[in-house]
Every structure is written in C-alpha cells, then in structure tokens.
Ligand binder design. Structure first.
Ligand SMILES: C[S@@+](CC[C@H](N)C(=O)[O-])C[C@H]1O[C@@H](n2cnc3c(N)ncnc32)[C@H](O)[C@@H]1O
Length: 252
C-alpha cells in the first residue's frame, strides 16, 4: 500500500514537472497535436468534451480549463442552443475554454482568442503551443489566435479586420481581471457583439484579489445598471472564493 502511494506521488511529481516545462516552452504540446487531431473525432458532445479536458490523464493536463466544471458545463449547455457562429474569447491561457467553445459553435464558426504573452492572471502561453490550439478546430471551424494586449487599440483593430463587418455571437471575458481591465474589455469589445448575443465574465464570485481581481465588483455594478432580467449567473457556491460565470444577453 505504501509502495503504491509513493509511486503515485512520484508519478504526480513527474506530471507536474512535465506541465511546468511545457507551460514555459510549449515544446511538448507539439507532440500532442496528432493525438488531438485523432482524439477529437471521437468526442461527440459537450459531455465528451468536458470529460476529456477535465479528465485525469497527462493529455488533459495540457489543456485543463481554469474553470469549475459544473459552471462551464452550464454555460456550454446554454450556448449550444444559440449555435454561435462567431466567438471572441479574451484569455486563452492553456486553451481549455478555447477547446470547449469548439463544441458549442457551429461547424463553420470563427473562434478568435486573445492572450497577452506573460500576462497577469494566467501568464499566457508560449508560441509553440499555437499548433495545438489551432488543432482544436472541428469540421470547417476556423481558430484565430491573437497574441497581444486586448486593451491595445491595435488588437481591437485586428479583431475588427477579422470580423470584416460581421458581429460576435458570444464574447467571453477572462483576461485581465483587474477592475479597470475587465471594464475596458467590456467597453472595447461589447459594441462588436450583436443584439441578442451573449457577453460572459469569469470569476464573478468574491475572493482573493490575486484570483478574481476586480471582476466581482465590476459584475455587481453591471448587474445594478442592466437589471436582472437579461442576466444569468452560473455559480456552484458563492462561498467558493473564486470562479462563477455571469452572463448578459445584449439588449441594447
Ligand atoms: C484566467 S486565464 C484564462 C483562462 C482560460 N479562459 C481558461 O479558462 O482556460 C487569463 C489569461 O488572460 C491573459 N491576459 C491578462 N491580461 C490580458 C490582456 N490585457 N490582454 C490579453 N490577455 C490578457 C493572461 O495572460 C492569462 O493567460
């Protein structure tokens, strides 16, 4: 029994060192690409996708979403009925949510994901991870990765160029969690969302500043301005100290 336990500890250490190495270099992610291309074909629905990336395998560790499984599952089921054609995500990190969006978006959707290399609240991803993220695309979907500061007007212009007049169906804000940062993301990118589209925020649950930043404060303010009939909250437990997803249906 003791031998078994120490073997488990050793394996866990090896796993976390591999992950640490890859999150700095992205080198090992390159080897995952063929596996991803092969495996994603076997994943049919939202449940398969969630079990795959929240699983306990080494492969799932590469793309584990920085989310609570129940909350992101609730959001995905809600989005599935909307059949988003254009998705914009701010905050790619390990690609966890990016992977999941491909299971709610339509077959020829465009999914754009922005991340700032070395950015706060997750530190972005190395350039060598890009092929892995691109390989998430299903059927005729297009994944476009932007490595830059979402607050930079040049990033906004890039997004506008990609959209070329089309509007966003679903905007996921999970980048800079400071109060000013999340507010700026909302102010800059919400005008690109179509009327009836969805804008969602991660980390609306109050908790330590290093985890949730000023998102709970911003969400509270937004809720009081927008009113509750266009708002939904997916929160497992308001005392969990972080996480929670809030969404607004754009009515203006
Ligand atoms: C919490 S993580 C995103 C997690 C991801 N959505 C998931 O659940 O798997 C936040 C990411 O936002 C990025 N970020 C922080 N500030 C940013 C900014 N101003 N522009 C773009 N990305 C930013 C960080 O680099 C980090 O990788």
């Amino acid at each position: 029994m003791n031998k078994y336990r120490s073997l488990k500890v050793i394996l866990k250490r090896i796993k976390s060192n591999i992950m640490l190495f890859d999150s700095r270099t992205g080198l090992l992610s390159l080897f995952i690409v063929p596996y991803m291309i092969l495996f994603k074909k076997m994943l049919v629905d939202i449940e398969d996708a969630l079990n795959f990336c929240f699983g306990n395998t080494l492969f799932s560790e590469f793309i584990k979403p920085m989310q609570n499984k129940e909350e992101i599952s609730a959001l995905m089921h809600y989005l599935k009925d909307l059949r988003p054609r254009i998705i914009l995500e701010i905050g790619t990190a390990k690609g966890g949510t990016l992977f999941l969006w491909t299971f709610v978006a339509i077959n020829d959707a465009t999914i754009i994901s922005i991340d700032l290399p070395g950015g706060p609240f997750g530190s972005g991803y190395p350039i060598l991870r890009m092929p892995l993220y691109k390989s998430f695309a299903r059927r005729k979907q297009k994944i476009i990765l932007i490595r830059g500061n979402s607050h930079d007007p040049r990033t906004l212009n890039k997004v506008k160029r990609i959209l070329s007049g089309r509007q966003i169906d679903f905007l996921f804000i999970d980048g800079d969690h400071t109060y000013e940062g999340v507010k700026k993301d909302f102010e800059m990118y919400s005008p690109l969302v179509r009327k009836g589209g969805i804008i969602a925020f991660h980390d609306i649950v109050p908790g330590p500043a290093e985890k949730v930043g000023g998102v709970p404060r911003f969400w509270k303010e937004l809720k009081s301005i927008m009113g509750t009939d266009k708002i939904m909250e997916f929160v497992r437990d308001w005392n969990q100290g972080a996480g929670g997803i809030g969404l607004i249906i754009k009515f203006w």
